[in-house]
Design a protein around this ligand. Structure first.
Ligand SMILES: *Cc1c(COP(=O)(O)O)cnc(C)c1O
Length: 213
């Protein structure tokens, strides 16, 4: 795919304190290097096999930060866990156990939260999040740095804003309850990133919008 021709102008529209994580599931290593030349160096992959292919090709490129943003199956955890810099999708204690077992050092981790489990099956049920975080504090390899969510698609901007605000407020409540700092919010994709930024996103995961269609 071809980068959108106004990529530099587009990047300038994203506030300085918000990190662009380029979702790479539609592209290959070559296209990732096109982004790299425009100073996008945070890459987020969804699938373990694609991750490994791209990582093999680009692992010697300076300053790339490797994010894993898709559901990570327990049995594939060990294949990538020491290659990534950030995990956005911690969604079960079973996965946490695998990370504890295989990861060599502390891993920067976002907890994926499902704010409405009926409509979005991915992530930890919003209602169980306090128990989940309480458990996680015993895992030495897991450094909780943020929360992540996928909004449920909606044409109504206010509904989307309510969804993102829910994660923002949850983060603040968790910080108070456990007396910890959870500085980051990974939320917003091509369709809704502006609203997510209004609600305090620090990481937007952008795919389609970076490319010409
Ligand atoms: C694909 C994907 C994105 C980016 O989606 P776009 O609509 O292409 O911007 C963000 N987050 C996750 C988890 C994804 O799988």
């Amino acid at each position: 795919m071809k980068l959108r021709s106004d990529i530099d102008e587009f990047i300038k529209t994203i506030p300085d304190n918000v990190n662009i994580v380029a979702a790479t599931k539609y592209v290959g290593a070559q296209e990732m290097m096109d982004l790299y030349k425009h100073n996008i160096k945070n890459f987020g992959e969804n699938r373990v096999d694609s991750f490994n292919n791209k990582y093999e090709e680009l692992k010697d490129v300076k300053d790339i930060k490797w994010h894993f943003i898709g559901h990570l199956q327990r049995n594939k955890c060990k294949d990538i866990i020491n290659k990534i810099d950030y995990l956005h999708s911690l969604d079960s204690i079973e996965l946490a156990k695998m990370i504890e077992k295989y990861r060599v050092n502390e891993l920067n981790t976002f907890i994926e939260v499902s704010i409405n489990l009926e409509e979005n099956k991915n992530g930890v049920d919003y209602h169980n999040i306090y128990d989940f975080v309480g458990d996680l504090l015993n895992y030495k390899k897991i450094k909780i740095i943020g929360l992540m969510m996928m909004a449920i698609k909606n044409d109504n901007d206010e509904d989307l804003k309510d969804q993102f605000d829910k994660l923002y407020n949850l983060r603040n409540d968790l910080e108070k309850k456990f007396n910890i700092s959870i500085p980051y919010l990974s939320m917003g994709i091509s369709d809704d990133y502006k609203i997510a930024i209004d609600s305090g996103a620090t990481h937007v995961r952008l795919g389609r919008i970076l490319w010409e269609n």
